[in-house]
Structures are given as structure tokens and as C-alpha cells.
Design a protein around this ligand. Structure first.
Ligand SMILES: [Zn+2]
Length: 91
């Protein structure tokens, strides 16, 4: 269980996208953002390091599209390796 004191909380005024620096606040509405978070442990080469990146809607979906594209490319490559009948004919 993580217990925070008042002094340990992040300042409320820092609400910008960590990728493009866009202000995440929108008028009176609560700020909306995606989070990329990691707490690396003893099995990692980054043991003890913690990250929390806030991403605006545009950057979040741009990164999500990159992940989907990378997965598609990797799956195409895997299929290419496993099914040699799909190789193009070379004349
Ligand atoms: Zn952004």
C-alpha cells in the first residue's frame, strides 16, 4: 500500500502532455489524458526506476497506432517465415 503525504503529491499545476507539452486541462472539465506507467523491479536492467508519462489524446492514439502498426508488421514477418508457400515467385 502506498501512502502519500501532502508534500509527496505532484503539483497540480503541472498538467502538460509529456510528449508534445500540450496543456491537458480543458476549461472547467477535469483533465483527460492517457498514462504510460512502469515500476521496474529486480528482474529488470532498470531495477528501481519508475516512470509515469501523461499523454494527450492525440499523442496517446498516435503511439497506439504505432504499436498496432508494429504488431501488424511483425505478424506479417512471422507468417512470411512460417509459410514459405506464400513467398513470391522469382523468375
Ligand atoms: Zn501530446
Amino acid at each position: 500500500m502506498n501512502i502519500e503525504t501532502e508534500e509527496q503529491r505532484e503539483p497540480v499545476h503541472d498538467l502538460n502532455c509529456d510528449f508534445c507539452d500540450k496543456d491537458l486541462r480543458s476549461g472547467e472539465l477535469p483533465p483527460e489524458f492517457g498514462v504510460l506507467r512502469a515500476n521496474w523491479g529486480p528482474g529488470s536492467s532498470h531495477d528501481g526506476e519508475s516512470y509515469e508519462l501523461r499523454l494527450c489524446e492525440t499523442c496517446f492514439f498516435r503511439i497506439l497506432a504505432d504499436v498496432k502498426r508494429e504488431r501488424l508488421v511483425r505478424s506479417m514477418f512471422d507468417d512470411y517465415e512460417e509459410d514459405h508457400s506464400e513467398l513470391p515467385h522469382v523468375f
